[in-house]
Design a protein around this ligand. Structure first.
Ligand SMILES: [Zn+2]
Length: 114
């Protein structure tokens, strides 16, 4: 189990699973935010804080809700559906407490060309 939060701590969460790799997408949105994404079933992520500061950004086809903290601006996770229709959470591993970013396998994803 991993714990994560935004910078100011108003958004806190727990995720079940082991992080060994993260997707690094080069699209206009992910590259600007510096996302390193780890995909898990939505049920594996529990928000343990209030959601009062949870803001949402949607773009393109509006299929993914990119959540961020309205106070500090960090974007710890987003919710959407997998290609097969399962509810999925995309966790920004940069917002997890104990992940060694240098030990992760980074999977490049060419979102810019999709
Ligand atoms: Zn915050």
């Amino acid at each position: 189990m991993q714990k994560g939060s935004c910078h100011c701590g108003r958004i806190a969460f727990e995720v079940d699973g082991d992080v060994s790799q993260a997707l690094e997408c080069n699209c206009s949105h992910c590259s600007r935010k510096g996302y390193l994404l780890w995909f898990v079933p939505r049920a594996n992520l529990r928000i343990t804080s209030s959601t009062d500061s949870l803001s949402t950004y949607k773009f393109n086809k509006h299929v993914i809700s990119h959540h961020f903290c309205a106070h500090c601006g960090c974007a710890p996770f987003g919710f959407g559906a997998s290609p097969t229709g399962e509810e999925t959470a995309a966790v920004n591993v940069r917002c997890l407490e104990t992940v060694d970013l240098n030990a992760l396998t980074r999977i490049p994803y060419d979102g810019r060309s999709v």
